[in-house]
Design a protein around this ligand. Sequence first.
Ligand code: ADP
Length: 422
Amino acid sequence: MNAAPNSSPPESASMAPYAVRGRWLAGIALAAAIVASAVGWIHPVIALPVIAILGTLIAVGYRVTAANGVAARTQALSVDSANAAAPAAAIVQAIPEAALLVDGQNRLVAGNVAAAALFGRLRTGEAISLTTRNPQILEALAKAASGETQNFEIEERVPVERSLDAHVAPIVFGHERPNLFLLVFRDRTQERRIEKMRVDFVANASHELRTPLASLSGFIDTLQGPAKDDPAAREKFLGIMGDQARRMARLIDDLMSLSRIELSLHLQPQTAIDLTGVADTACDLLAPLAKEQGVTIDIKKETARLDVRGDRDELLRVAENLIENALKYGASGKRVEVTLREEGDDALLSVRDFGPGIAPEHLPRLTERFYRVDVERSRTQGGTGLGLALVKHILARHRGRLTIESVPGEGAVFTARIPRAH
Ligand code: ADP
């Protein structure tokens, strides 16, 4: 096998044994010259220049050998550093997290694509402070110069909110002090956002349940105390208590449906379902509410059948939620239109009302859990604030989506779009 050029010993290192052997011979000759001159075997006039020449040879030889040693070491180090830079840069590219390589003078040696996405343009060869001005990173680099790895968290508010886990590791190549530093950043923004959503969700759900519960226990106290012997009050309070208990049951039902749909989000239902039949059923189920609200429902079908791959109960839930909202929040328009049609490869179910509509700032947030334009209005209508979140999740499971359009004062149109079954 051929040895790689870098693997052969440096020339000065291979010459070293000869230099050592020469020094020994010169030393023995010098000692012999001194002894010979002392015992009178050779004349001091000859012995003295011989001793001087041999002494000079030894001294020069030593210095040459020493200088060669230093040169060999220096070469070895520069070979290490030069060799290290290229593979290190390649390794940095292969790291899945954002990573930067910085040298002992705080200059950027390399950075990967993820780091460029995080910090913008990477200026290799220039001071790291041109890539990031974050004082925590610069401080960690200074501390890591002592050889200790630094771990810390970065929370940034501007220009965008983000959370990073940062890790600065010193790398030593032959030197006593680190001559390279590897900086790795793990973007935790999404994780923190999900965690915050989870905490907010638990807080909201508890709050939503606590309100009717507090009202229930308040009425129980009243019925056991001041209203004990008042049949009229008892009748009235029991009615309210029934409403509160139903509200809690609805909330728990919606929460359970939401978690069940979330669990099966990746499983697209496969049964062929006719969306026009689903819309008819929803209208029939909501006919009493429409009557109560004084609203007429017009159903328009552009095709006799509209087949999608789906779960009938879930699609019925979508149609019911959209029509019920139109009846509750758009009642002032006195009319609700339900339209079924095809558009390209999609089946569309649109529910239009002619009520007050929705201001544009609310539109992107309507499908968030517990988001309501008017909390009191929703509660008095028996809303849980989870209806549109459920609709959005069901449609996602059906590989469809919900669009909402509204002109304040003219009403709103909610459209469920689902791929047609062929
Ligand atoms: P809720 O249980 O409160 O009805 P939803 O998730 O179904 O919860 O709806 C969220 C909010 O969206 C409602 O509280 C209401 O403010 C608003 N909204 C929904 N549909 C309409 C509509 N057709 N017209 C006006 N506002 C609507």
